[in-house]
Design a protein around this ligand. Structure first.
Ligand code: BGC
Length: 765
């Protein structure tokens, strides 16, 4: 059917079905307000409360949505939207029930955790951040939106922008890591990618910034745990990425599970109203996290009726899954615990979101069955996913230029993740088609063709403990080898490796060892993988470790003993191809770490932008009595934030500052010459850090303030210039006023947060 014909038919349909609407385009506040006013005037209290309800998708079966429990609720006007249903057919069916069988025919909003791609899966967010390439990140979100919207989804629970400095926390994988500035840029790119410039287009979807707020600071890296921090730290370090996403136009915000200042986030009025709406001007809607309202009872702030009232009063508009609003708000209204205006306001915000998405104009806007065939999993999307994945890999070590490998001879491909499709996508891959994921074995075989021989052996399990295996395969299948013991697996691998010229060990975490509810206290290589590495080293063959991980791992032994380490996170659908591209030198790695790799767990939290303390340890020192340090490990990370090697070398010249005495709104330019002094063409992420030496409150030892990814041909030199204004010097002072203070600043430029060229300036007001 042509689009025109379809629109005509649906228009006629709308006129015939009582309660259907004609929404005008484009979205203008005046028209939207008039539309929502008119609609709300016709809604009963129960229908308004129904809009605030976001149940799980429950028992939906294609073709029978109307007869299911959820279908019944939809007909009664008790549902505002649904989450995590996959398939346009199902969504269309359910939408039909809402539009044709509920009294007012208000369309539903369909949300999903489209976190790093849809069917075509991109690298996990921590990996995407490692690319330091905002264009690629935005493009990945755009493709996710194109695919998700072709399958009925118009709302994603992304970006997750929680700053995370504790790699024990599994959800570090879902964000952009430890840094405020980088996370803020990534947040903007993702929002732009999902939402485009017009939310009512059928290939854009609404973003949902989460988890507001401070979820990444869960104590001891244990999921859902308590957080507690000063306001000054919230504003300077943790809030900015959420704010950046709001500024970029994110249509919705999700609350977090943790408490903030002793009040669970979902009931925290200061957070949701004072900060989010009054200070930042957010005008979209707030949804809770999954059953977060109900969980406030466990937090210890009241029964379901009390906490539901607390949530709506705090500024929550939509209740995910728990049905606290649905089951208690009417009673609370009768008892004067909430008022009509609270409910009206929340309902209005949900209806506005639906209006902005164009759902009132066409409830089936995202249900075009033709697009499912043309827009999902296309060759072009796969090509971009492959290119993107290769940009996220971080080369941690490359002794004697072992990498890239040549496509010749016999290559042993060993390890529990070498012939694996399931784990390639990484955590949160609700919509991925695992059968389309490319294993490393397949990627290697395709890359070498008949020029080299790939000899594969599994070598070890990912983990050897059956309970752990079960816990990290909730969405997949347990992986422990039932036929061979770890010793037998290892023996086979050593035999295979002994016949080869070089060994590539493909190891690391299972996808589900990071992400939600996947925290670890031991973040070393799991199971008996280290034993396998030891055995492989004994063969005396050159050894490359390709490392899958959703978090920084403790790799002190590996750093010491393995000649080459390529950290590949979880690269998504095209992992195997992208890894082959990098290992065989088609692509030169350029990823940089978005989170510090500690030497051991005892150093955590360890992050580059820490405070100096009153007793800092001298640079390069290990231990001094009565200084801030440990007696059993240095203060240094194993690999610092921003670190990552290349197959080529980059030589930094001296830092040139155009002036060193500045006043007021002057502009400083910091430039440095960068030379590709090696043999390969390649890209380098040049990073700008600033230290404010004296402040009215203490300031970090350095803060990232800019970066540029520069491509240079072998032998080429370029001057890289950063422009710095007082805007880059601002911070929240003790009164939470955002301003800069005059004084001395150290300007630093380099290829990671540790190795920088520095110069000092004085900036007067
Ligand atoms: C997670 C959210 C997610 C939601 C819906 C929750 O458990 O914390 O990040 O968006 O579920 O699936």
């Amino acid at each position: 059917m042509t689009t025109k014909k379809y629109l005509l038919l649906s228009l006629i349909g709308m006129m015939l079905v009582p309660g259907c609407f004609k929404q005008e385009r484009p979205v203008s506040d005046g028209k939207m307000n008039a539309f929502v006013d008119e609609l709300m005037a016709r809604m009963t209290l129960q229908e308004k409360i129904g809009q605030l309800n976001l149940p799980g998708s429950g028992d939906i079966v294609t073709g029978q949505a109307s007869n299911t429990d959820i279908g019944k609720k939809i007909k009664e006007g008790k549902v505002g939207g649904l989450l995590n249903i996959k398939s346009v057919e199902k969504i269309r069916d359910v939408q039909k029930v809402a539009v044709e069988e509920s009294r007012l025919g208000i369309p539903l909003i369909f949300g999903m955790d489209v976190i790093h791609g849809y069917e075509t899966t991109f690298p996990i967010p921590l990996g995407l951040a490692a690319s330091f390439d905002m264009y690629l990140i935005e493009q990945s979100a755009h493709i996710a939106a194109v695919e998700a919207s072709a399958d009925g989804i118009c709302w994603t629970y992304s970006p997750m922008v929680d700053i995370a400095r504790d790699p024990r926390w599994g959800r570090i994988a879902e964000g952009a890591g430890e840094d405020t500035y980088l996370s803020s840029r990534v947040a903007e790119a993702l929002v732009k990618g999902y939402q485009g410039d017009d939310l009512s287009k059928n290939n854009t979807i609404m973003a949902c910034v989460k988890h507001f707020a401070l979820y990444g600071a869960a104590e001891a890296g244990r999921d859902y745990n308590t957080t507690d921090m000063s306001r000054i730290r919230m504003y300077n370090e943790y809030f900015q990425p959420y704010q950046a996403a709001v500024k970029a136009g994110a249509g919705s915000v999700m609350t977090s599970f943790n408490e903030v200042d002793g009040i669970p986030a979902s009931g925290n009025k200061w957070l949701m109203t004072d900060v989010l709406r009054n200070q930042w001007g957010f005008d979209g809607f707030v949804v809770t996290d999954y059953t977060a309202i109900n969980e406030m009872t466990n937090h210890g702030v009241g029964d379901l009726q009390t906490v539901s009232a607390l949530a709506i009063k705090a500024g929550v508009d939509m209740d995910m899954v728990g049905e606290g609003f649905l089951t208690t708000l009417e009673q609370s209204l009768k008892e004067g615990k909430v008022n009509k205006a609270d409910i009206d306001q929340a309902c209005r915000r949900i209806l506005e979101a639906k209006y902005k998405l164009g759902l009132f104009e066409n409830p089936y806007l995202y249900c075009d069955l033709n697009r499912t065939k043309t827009d999902i999993g296309t060759a072009e999307h796969h090509r971009i996913a492959r290119e993107t994945a290769a940009q996220t890999f971080v080369l941690l070590k490359n002794e004697n230029q072992l990498l890239p490998l040549q496509t010749k001879g016999k290559i042993a491909l060993i390890g529990p993740l070498a012939d694996d499709q399931y784990n390639m996508a990484g955590m949160w891959s609700v919509a991925v088609d695992h059968d389309k994921s490319v294993s490393v074995l397949k990627g290697f075989k395709d890359a070498v063709g008949d020029k080299a021989e790939i000899i594969y052996a599994k070598g070890s399990n990912i983990v050897d403990d059956p309970d752990l295996d079960m816990w990290v395969s909730t969405w997949g299948k347990p992986t422990i080898d039932q036929k061979r013991t770890p010793e037998q697996l290892r023996k086979e691998a050593v035999e295979a490796a002994s016949k080869c010229d070089v060994i590539v060990a493909v190891m690391g975490e299972a996808a589900e060892m990071s992400g939600e509810s996947s925290c670890r206290t031991d973040i070393s290589l799991p199971g008996s993988q280290k034993e396998l590495l030891e055995a492989l080293l004994k063969t005396g063959k050159p050894l490359v470790l390709v490392l899958f991980t959703g978090r920084p791992l403790t790799l002190a032994w590996e750093k010491e003993n393995i000649p080459a380490i390529l950290n590949v996170w979880f690269g998504g659908t095209e992992s195997g191809n992208a890894i082959a591209d990098v290992v065989f030198g088609k692509v030169n790695p350029s990823g940089k770490l978005p989170a510090t790799f500690p030497q051991n767990v005892g150093q955590i939290p360890l992050y580059y932008n820490h405070k100096n303390t009153g007793r800092p340890l001298g640079e390069g020192d290990w231990y001094q009595k009565y200084r801030s340090n440990y007696i059993d490990v240095t203060n240094e990370p194993l690999y610092p934030f921003g670190y990552g090697l290349s197959y080529t070398n980059f030589a930094y010249g001296n830092l040139l500052l155009n002036v060193t005495q500045l006043t007021g709104n002057q502009t400083l330019t910091a430039s440095i010459s960068l030379t590709n002094s090696g043999k390969y063409d390649g890209a380098e992420v040049v990073q700008l850090y600033i230290r404010d030496l004296v402040g009215s409150v203490t300031r970090p030892v350095k803060e990232l303030k800019g970066f540029q990814k520069i491509f240079l041909k072998a032998g080429e030199t370029k001057t890289v210039t950063f422009t710095i204004t007082p805007e880059d010097l601002k911070f929240y002072n003790y009164d939470l006023v955002y301003d800069w203070e005059p004084g001395e600043f150290v300007i630093m430029v380099g290829g990671n947060s540790r190795d920088v060229k520095a110069g000092k300036i004085n900036w007067a007001k």
